[in-house]
Ligand binder design. Structure first.
Ligand code: TTP
Ligand code: MG
Length: 403
């Protein structure tokens, strides 16, 4: 009996690099070490902070803050534009190190991954293994990692976050609920500003209060669809660490700060996603036949609408146009404030060129897209803005400036 119980207990590491973009810059230019550094762009520009060194965070600087505000809070900071290609290279090295310790690895972005180490028992303790991984990452890449160890993913993620910088927290089996109980609900992945405020106004400030909410009351307030959140609050998360094979789809989505009915903003956001997805498809020499638009309305009703075309696409304009068609069809049916918008490409096929009746036009567009990718790689994603993304940034900046 005890033997079976033991076998079902998993050990999951969540490893997240500290101030990732900034630390890469500091590794490449040691003069920046131990200094307040911000990656995001020039402070006189309209962008936002992507990554801030811990020296700046003391002054209240954080990701997604307008650069102008960061400059006010921390005038001595060094502002850098950043280079996505360099970050990707460091990310590969980081993931390669992790995959030496377990084949069961799920990257959660460039600088974070879950590692299921359950079977990996040739270390005296999980702490020893985590320290070894931290040490290797630092020795081989110069980067600093924080690690959370727990029997499930959500607790491991919260533990790594809480341990930062250069941290390590181990939550032993059976202690998950107690560990989470005193933490603010906002620490739970999936609880953003809006949900956090809604919970607070219902008198729920800690994860423990959420976990202890009577089931019936929780269901009647937030619906069956949110039950996972209550389970997570209790330290229960059965989701497996999912190894990613060849990507089957690529997607981008965003939750607006304020629900919106502004079609211009929705279209501008789609343009931004189309550019990101197009760049990723071209980078991996892939094309997509299916495009899916996701809209979540203010009442949490979620609509997914797809279109599949005979010709696979990887050009920003083609993805954007199909996205706009889906958006117009969807909004035509139901017009109420939108909380979240997402775009996904799937049904991926290999391919270099786009077949089309308008072959020369496509060739020209491909060249433009490649040139844009090149400049963005060199100078960062913000170096070139098309009309639509400019409009998007403008709106976003207007919103964040009023914060
Ligand atoms: P994070 O892991 O959220 O942030 P971080 O690594 O800079 O800092 P820490 O983990 O120590 O809290 O994100 C990883 C990278 O992703 C980050 O370095 C920059 C990028 N990023 C953005 O570009 N925009 C954002 O809003 C966020 C949150 C991150
Ligand atoms: Mg990080």
């Amino acid at each position: 009996m005890a033997e079976t119980a033991k076998q079902t207990i998993r050990t999951i590491f969540h490893i997240d690099l500290d101030a990732f973009f900034v630390t890469v810059e500091q590794v490449l230019n040691p003069a920046l070490r131990n200094k307040p550094v911000i990656v995001g762009g020039r402070p006189e520009g309209r962008g936002v902070v992507a990554s801030a060194s811990y020296e700046c965070r003391k002054f209240g600087v954080h990701a997604a803050m307008p650069l102008s505000k960061a400059k006010r809070l921390c005038p001595q900071a060094i502002f850098l534009t950043g280079n996505y290609r360099k970050y990707t290279e460091f990310s590969y090295k980081f993931m390669a190190i992790l995959s030496d310790y377990s084949p069961c690895i799920e990257p959660g972005g460039l600088d974070e991954a879950y590692l299921d180490v359950t079977g990996c028992e040739n270390f005296s303790s999980w702490r020893t293994l985590a320290l070894k991984i931290k040490e290797r990452i630092n020795r081989e890449t110069g980067l600093v990692a924080s690690v959370g160890i727990a029997p499930c993913k959500v607790v491991a993620k919260i533990a790594s976050d809480l341990s930062k910088p250069d941290g390590l927290i181990e939550v032993l089996p059976g202690h998950e609920k107690k560990f989470l109980a005193p933490l603010a609900v906002r620490k739970l992945p999936g609880v953003g500003e809006k949900t956090g405020k809604a919970l607070k106004s219902a008198g729920i400030e800690t994860i423990g209060q959420l976990a202890d909410m009577p089931l019936g009351l929780f269901k009647s307030r937030y619906g069956e669809g949110m039950l996972w959140l209550r389970e997570h609050a209790g330290g229960i998360d059965k989701s497996p660490v999912e190894m990613r094979g060849e990507a089957k789809s690529i997607s981008r989505e965003t939750t607006f700060e304020k629900d919106t009915m502004n079609t211009g903003l929705l279209k501008a956001t789609l343009r931004y996603f189309a550019e990101k997805l197009g760049a990723e498809l071209r980078e991996s020499s892939k094309k997509a036949r299916t495009l899916t638009l996701k809209l979540r309305y203010e009442d949490f009703e979620t609509v997914n609408r797809s279109s599949t075309s005979r010709e696979a696409m990887n050009l920003d304009d083609a993805i954007f146009q199909s996205g706009i068609n889906l958006l117009e069809k969807t909004l035509g049916k139901k017009y109420k404030p939108v909380r979240l918008i997402g775009l996904e490409v799937s049904n991926l096929v290999a391919g270099e060129t786009q077949l089309s009746l308008f072959h020369t036009d496509v060739k020209r567009l491909e060249k433009v897209d490649r040139a844009i990718d090149y400049i963005r790689d060199k100078y960062g994603f913000d170096a070139i803005q098309t009309g639509y993304t400019m409009e998007l940034k403008h709106k976003y900046d207007e919103k964040t400036r009023d914060e």
